[in-house]
Structures are given as C-alpha cells and as structure tokens.
Design a protein around this ligand. Structure first.
Ligand SMILES: Nc1nc2c(c(=O)[nH]1)N[C@H]1C(S)=C(S)[C@@H](COP(=O)(O)OP(=O)(O)OC[C@H]3O[C@@H](n4cnc5c(=O)[nH]c(N)nc54)[C@H](O)[C@@H]3O)O[C@H]1N2
Ligand SMILES: Nc1nc2c(c(=O)[nH]1)N[C@H]1C(S)=C(S)[C@@H](COP(=O)(O)OP(=O)(O)OC[C@H]3O[C@@H](n4cnc5c(=O)[nH]c(N)nc54)[C@H](O)[C@@H]3O)O[C@H]1N2
Ligand code: SF4
Ligand SMILES: [Mo]
Length: 747
C-alpha cells in the first residue's frame, strides 16, 4: 500500500473511542425460516406494528416491524398486500433487525486527524462534522464549481443526498447499480424495445410455461416475489432451462441445465435464433406486426448452427435444438430472463440484445407468461425551488459511452485522478449507502482517486472498509429508525408503501434526510428543505395521492388500479413501441449509426492460462453483497464464503473440503485472507466460485473481519462495455495457493 495522505484507517486503530450451508433456497421464506422460531418465542408479548419497506436489498419488500412494550424490535414480517413479497420476507429481510442490533454500528460522527504522525479518527459532534462538510463544499465550489463534488450512492440515503447535490448545482452522480450491475441489460432492452427492464423486472413468471435463466441464479439471488413466482411456476409444470457453468439452485430445479463454457452465451443464443428461424418456430404474426429487421437477422444467424455453437459453448447440438424447441412450444408464455447483474465480459449490451431479440422472436414481450406492461404511480414532488443547471454532469463524464443512461461510477473515479486531458476534474466525494471498495473493482485506480481527492465524506451505518478512506464519517441510523421516501412500485398494478420509524435512532446516529437538510441549510439552500421533519413531506405527498399517513400507518401498502391500459398487448389494436421505428428493433440502426454491430456477434474472450481458474462469483440466499456479513442474525446463518472447486482440480492440487487456501490472480494480487475449499461437482473444472461480499478488512467488524475472501480484491482486470461503459468483471483468473503467502506480514 502507498504511503498516501488518505491512508486507509483501520478503525481498530481508533482506540479512542452455524452455518446453514443449504442452498435449497426456494423454500427459505417466511414460515420455513429459522428466524421464525425466534419470533415465536415472543408471541405472548403485546406488539406495536409500524410499516416499513426493507433495505437489506433493493427489491424493497413492504413489511411490518413489531416492537414490544419496552420499545425493542421483536420481528419484521412481510406485508400481505405487497406485490414485492406476497406477505413473506426472505431470510435477509427477516434478519434485517440485525442491522439495528449490530453493536459494531457507527455510533458518532468521526473526523480524520493526525496524532503523533499517525492518521486516525476522532469522535466529533454533528455540529462540528456538518460545519466542516459545509465549509469544505463551499470552498471547493468556489475554487472549481459545484460540479467538482461527486455523489456516489446506493439505496434510500442516496435519494436525499441527490436532492441536496442538485440543489447545490452538482449532477455528478453515479451508483454501482448501473455500471457494475444492470446497466448493460437496460441499454440492450432500450435499444430493442425502447424501454428499460427496470426493477422489479416485469417478467410474468407466475404465468409462464417456460423460464430460461442465463446465469440468473434465482434462488440464490433472492429477489423475493420473483423467487416465489418461480416456485409457483415450477409447481404449475413450467419448464425451467438454466444456462450456467455452475450447478446453481435454479439449475437443480431445471428440466434442462446447460453447463455452458463461461463467456460463450452469445454463441448459444445465436444458435437458438438459428434453430428458431430455420425450423420456422418463431411467432410469425408477432414478428411481422411488431418488429423490424427480421430479414437481416435471418441472414445474420444463418451460419450460426448448433454444430457451430457446440465447438464454442461445449453444449451438444441436440441439447441446443431440444431447448430451442421447448422454448418455442411454450411461446408466447416464455421468458428468456434479462438477468440483473450482467456486467460480465464487456460485450454485455450485445448479450442483453441477444436475449431481447430471442424474446421478440418468441413473441413474449407484452404477452401473458412473458413480459407484462408494468405501471407505477407518480409521487408528487414536494414544493421546492428549481435546481440550478450544472455546467457539466454525469452525462458529460460518460460521453464516450453514447448509450449510457445513468452515471458511470468508474468514469467518475477516473475523473477524480488529475491529468491534463481531464475535462471534468472532480475534487471531492460524498459516498452514501455504497461500499465502493467492495462493489467497484480495480482497487489500484480507486485508491489513487481517493488519495487525490481534497475531501471525502462517507455516510454509512457500519464501519465498512470504505469508511477508512474518509475525512468525515457520518453514522446514519438504519431503515428501521427513520422516514424515507415513499416507495412507488412499478409492477402489474401500481402501489405505494411507506417507511415509518419503528424505534428511535440508536447511539448518535441520524436519518439521511436530516443530514441532507442540515448540510443544505449550512450551504444557504434552506428553501430546498422547507420542512422540520420528513414526516411533513410524506404527509403532503400522501394527501396529494388521496391518502394520509394515518391511513398508511394502518395499511402500509396501498394498491391502485391500472390506468395505462391492459397488462398485455391488445392484439386488435396497433401498438407503438417507444423506439425510433415504433417497432421492436431486431436490427439496431441506432447501434449501426454509432459504429457498433447492429446485430449481436460472438467474440472470443481470454481463457485461463495453465494453472489458473476463472474467478466466478454470485449470491448466497442469506446475504446481500458486503452489507450483511457482520449482521448478527445473518452471520449466524453463514459466516464466511467457501471456494467451490471441481473434484478434478481438487485431485490435481491435492485439495480437501474444509482446507484453507489463498488465491493469487493473473496480476499477482494475493488474497488478504484464506478461504475454505468446498470440493463439488457443481462447478466446472475451468472455474472456481465464491459468494461475493466477504473478506472484510476492517477489524471493527467483529464478526466479519478476516472471514473468507473478497472477490473484488482479485478483480483487477476489467472489460469495459464500449456501448454503455459497464465494468465486465468475469475475466479474472486465479491460482490456488496452499501455503500462507503473508506468513510474516501483518495485515
Ligand atoms: N466483485 C463484485 N462486485 C460487485 C458485485 C459482485 O457480485 N461482485 N455486485 C455488483 C452489484 S450487482 C451491485 S448492485 C453493487 C452493490 O454495491 P453496494 O451497494 O456498494 O453494496 P454493499 O457492499 O452492500 O454496500 C452497501 C453499503 O451501504 C451501507 N448501508 C446499508 N444500509 C445503509 C443505510 O441505510 N444507510 C447508509 N448510509 N448506508 C447503508 C452498508 O453498510 C455498506 O457499506 O455491487 C456490484 N459490485
Ligand atoms: N441473496 C441475495 N440476492 C440478491 C442479491 C444479494 O446480494 N443477495 N443482490 C441482488 C442484485 S443487486 C443483483 S444485481 C442480483 C444478481 O443476481 P443475478 O443477476 O442472478 O446474478 P449474476 O451475478 O448475473 O449471476 C450469477 C450466476 O451466473 C453464473 N455465471 C458465471 N459466469 C457465467 C457465464 O459466463 N455464463 C452464464 N450463463 N452464467 C455464468 C454463476 O455461476 C452464477 O450462478 O441479485 C440480487 N439478489
Ligand atoms: S428480497 Fe429480501 S432483502 Fe430484499 S427487500 Fe425483500 S425481504 Fe428485503
Ligand atoms: Mo445489482
């Protein structure tokens, strides 16, 4: 590590101040949850219930928080009337109370200081911390303009700070949920259908006859209603086809598991298109009526036969044909799922385009059992002055990527490293609700950027790694202790849900809305924060929508009727897709005009050299990214990640289940900590697999510190998507070390 000004402060230096290894995740909900037992032990007490929506991930399930007479939170359960959860939370949502109870939480504001030449944090009052932030922000605005202050955010706190930043004159805003997550699929679907997929995905899983998952590991990826609908679809006899180099939970529930060679999915999809077109299995009427570019597509895929794809994907031609026919026979009640975390190999927009095109050939968009037309209700904006117009913003920063529709975090990071060609110099960051040191790879670049910043504020609930780089750390209270914006869901029917504090903030933590207002007032932006309590904002908005906080406190979720038209295409009426041609664009003139392939092509990606394995990662049902590793309830379910190793590899290297190993990647980066091996046929011999979000380096996380390996540390090579700037992360290779490479080094 460099001897930088912003040396990472291990908060431990502060001084001042059972494993359920099961992956049978499809039945880990509600009544089946172990946490339910804890809940039952308390049934004799009288509870008060408060409405909320969950913040353990971004599915935002509406829930009830139950507090006892002493004001302790006893349980959180799903709201029966909510289309995101159908009354049942996933294990993470049930365990969300651990976020509140975690004794390692950030407790007071902290300010970076130097004592005897050592950088450390000292505890500070809110007054002092907020005054310091306001004065630094004013200074930077004066010297460089407000645009030079960037907001990196994720989740609810981001919304409040976004308002602050826009009022201040900065729209230099980005989040990892775009370039490191779903950006490429939004770009791919927007190019094809003219609209985003969005969240929740408008996949009509409950009524589908065939669900095709291309690396979407639903069941480990625990997006609630989606998992429940998939479970129902299976019970109703739907065919599940899973394309995954790993035998995922979804694969175990599938009729067809295609153990594809990593990084070759586009070849498989081109071959599927070939079969569907050559055998005349596509929905001819739909293609004729709603799409453009079919003839070009037909010519394009004519040589991409299953035999051609076999050599690339290792999937047998008859398997390719059989699965193509299975999809077609379910058409139009078939879903080739768009995926969610799609930043894989850099050609991700083109992979998403392939998925979009396949759905169009099978006529599933706008059809029952395919994709429905989603709808949401607009929450009126609380009265506030107009935002000033920044001189440049996230769009300019991402201008190299013409199709990007949101800020690109990695470009914001690059612009924070001074250089003479940098047109958009960024000098300060506020980071809220995102642990960028774990969610954004290329650690060297990230650390360089943080080192160059004149000022960095982090607002978090926990002493996560990212806080160690801050000049000021602000402790936000958890979602159970605060108001946040009204959740307006985009679903089959529109609905709203509220988050009301169930308990008072613990320690000296404060809600994000309060922090935004306090900083705003200090910057002379009081007019933008014309309320004393966020309750007033919500009450005003609810009144505009014909309800009230009083009503919402009783019901938690309010469902509205659709007004935009039917859920599916009305076949007797013309339909205008929001694309340039008004049709589904199988052939993309827009991509062609921008100099990209108008139809997807397979390109070969690097393969692991001798002695190396592809680093594959994913989710575990009881954890969300890095944010839950220290959660007492969820840590109890799974306290570390394991390294999945194929038995062939284990034999060659002499590895046994339970043995600790270290990993070294292609750039000689060695994992800080060891990981325990799990020998399993469920992973291909060319890859190893681990759950993302472990290997925490901050000792202040008493349960999570040093447990398992942080995949992000080993992702030093990325493949940038040239169309929308996404960060492809799955092209890293690791070798397995059986000896501790850090024997004499203190970490
Ligand atoms: N290597 C690798 N990188 C990835 C991924 C991967 O699988 N592997 N996944 C990618 C994907 S899909 C995504 S969406 C992103 C996710 O990226 P992030 O959202 O950055 O993920 P987390 O690691 O959960 O970090 C969340 C941070 O918010 C804090 N937090 C939680 N609740 C609150 C709150 O109420 N208020 C505040 N102020 N802070 C809070 C947590 O303590 C934690 O520090 O990561 C991406 N990056
Ligand atoms: N429990 C839990 N659930 C979550 C989250 C969480 O943190 N925890 N995070 C949520 C978020 S924000 C997101 S974005 C989603 C992410 O969830 P998904 O979108 O489902 O995740 P991915 O990371 O795209 O997919 C991981 C799967 O891809 C497979 N894979 C790897 N390489 C390839 C390949 O080359 N081809 C194919 N076909 N498959 C491959 C892996 O083996 C693994 O099974 O999960 C959401 N749900
Ligand atoms: S899916 Fe689980 S963690 Fe995510 S919001 Fe719903 S209950 Fe919470
Ligand atoms: Mo994500």
């Amino acid at each position: 590590m460099t001897t930088s000004r912003r040396k990472f402060i291990k908060i431990s230096a502060l001084g001042l101040g059972g494993v359920a290894a099961t992956t049978s995740a499809l039945n880990m909900f509600g009544a089946n949850s172990y946490l339910d037992e804890l809940v039952k032990q308390n049934v004799t007490k009288k509870f008060k219930r408060t409405p909320t929506y969950c913040e353990v991930c971004f599915w935002k399930c509406a829930a009830w928080t139950y507090t006892d007479e002493e004001g302790n939170i006893q349980k959180i359960i799903g709201n029966e009337n909510d289309s995101h959860c159908y009354g049942r939370l996933c294990p993470r949502g049930t365990g969300g109370v651990g976020m509140y109870n975690d004794e390692d939480r950030l407790k007071t504001p902290l300010i970076r200081t130097t004592i005897n030449g050592e950088e450390t944090f000292r505890e500070a009052s809110w007054e002092e911390a907020l005054d310091l932030i306001a004065s630094k922000f004013s200074n930077i605005k004066e010297k460089y303009g407000p645009e030079a202050i960037a907001l990196l955010k994720h989740g609810s706190p981001g919304k409040h700070l976004e308002h602050l930043f826009k009022a201040f004159g900065s729209d230099t805003i980005a989040e990892p949920a775009y370039a490191q997550c779903r950006g490429a699929r939004e770009a791919g679907f927007a190019l094809t259908y003219g609209s985003w997929v969005g969240s929740p995905e408008p996949t009509d899983i409950r009524d589908t006859k065939c669900l095709v998952l291309i690396g979407s590991h639903i069941g480990e990826n625990m997006h609630n209603s989606q998992v429940q609908e998939m479970s129902d679809a299976i019970d109703n006899g739907a065919t599940i086809i899973t394309v995954d180099p790993r035998f995922s939970t979804a694969a175990s529930k599938s009729k067809h598991w295609l153990a594809i060679k990593p990084a070759t999915d586009i070849a498989l999809m081109l071959a599927w298109m070939n079969v569907i077109i050559e055998e005349g299995l596509y929905d001819k009427e739909y293609v004729e009526k709603y799409t453009t570019g079919f003839n070009q597509l037909k010519d394009h895929v004519s040589t991409f036969t299953p035999e051609w794809a076999y050599g690339i994907t290792t999937i047998k031609p008859e398997e390719i044909r059989k699965t193509a026919r299975a999809m077609a026979s379910a058409s139009p009640s078939v879903i080739i799922h768009p995926g969610r975390h799609v930043s894989w190999y850099g050609d991700d927009t083109q992979r998403a385009r392939s998925i979009a095109i396949l759905n169009a050939l099978l006529g599933s968009w706008g059809r029952r059992g395919g994709f429905y037309f989603k709808e949401s209700i607009k929450v009126p904006k609380y009265p506030s002055p107009k935002y000033p117009h920044p001189k440049w913003d996230w769009k300019n920063i991402g201008e190299k990527y013409p199709v990007a529709q949101m800020g690109i975090t990695s470009e914001v990071i690059k612009c924070s490293i001074p250089s003479k060609d940098n047109k958009y110099p960024i000098k300060a960051w506020m980071v809220a609700g995102t642990n960028i040191t774990k969610s954004i790879p290329e650690k060297e670049m990230l650390e360089k950027a943080m080192d160059e910043l004149e000022f960095m504020v982090v607002m978090d609930t926990m002493p996560m790694d990212v806080t160690g780089y801050a000049d000021v750390v602000l402790p936000e209270c958890t979602y159970l202790e605060r108001y946040d914006d009204i959740r307006s869901a985009t679903n089959r029917e529109p609905s709203i849900a509220v988050r009301v504090p169930a308990v008072k903030p613990k320690y000296d933590s404060k809600p994000g809305w309060w922090v935004a207002k306090q900083i705003g007032e200090r910057l002379g932006l009081g007019d933008y924060f014309n309320y004393d309590d966020y309750e007033e904002v919500i009450e005003w908005q609810l009144q505009q929508m014909g309800t009230s906080l009083d009503e919402m406190n009783k019901i938690g979720v309010k469902n509205f009727s659709r007004t935009s038209g039917p859920l599916y295409l009305n076949e007797n009426e013309a339909y205008h897709f929001p694309t340039a041609s008004g049709k589904i664009e199988l052939y993309s003139q827009e991509l062609k005009n921008l100099g990209f392939d108008p139809l997807p092509n397979y390109i070969k990606h690097p393969e692991p050299p001798q002695g190396f394995y592809r680093l594959n990662y994913g989710r575990a049902p009881m954890h969300t990214f890095s944010r839950t590793a220290n959660n007492p309830n969820l840590n109890d379910l799974k306290s570390e990640n394991n390294l999945w190793v194929n038995p062939k590899v284990a034999r060659i290297l002499g590895l046994k289940t339970g043995q600790e190993v270290w990993l070294k990647n292609q750039d000689e980066i060695t994992s800080n900590f060891p990981i325990k091996v799990r020998v399993t046929e469920r992973v291909r011999w060319d890859s190893v697999y681990m759950v993302h979000g472990f290997g925490h380096t901050n000792k202040k996380l008493s349960r999570a510190f040093g447990k398992g390996i942080n995949d992000t540390q080993l992702i030093s090579k990325v493949a940038i998507d040239p169309i929308m700037g996404g960060t492809g992360m799955r092209g890293n290779f690791v070798s397995i070390l059986t000896e501790n490479p850090h024997k004499n080094i203190e970490l």
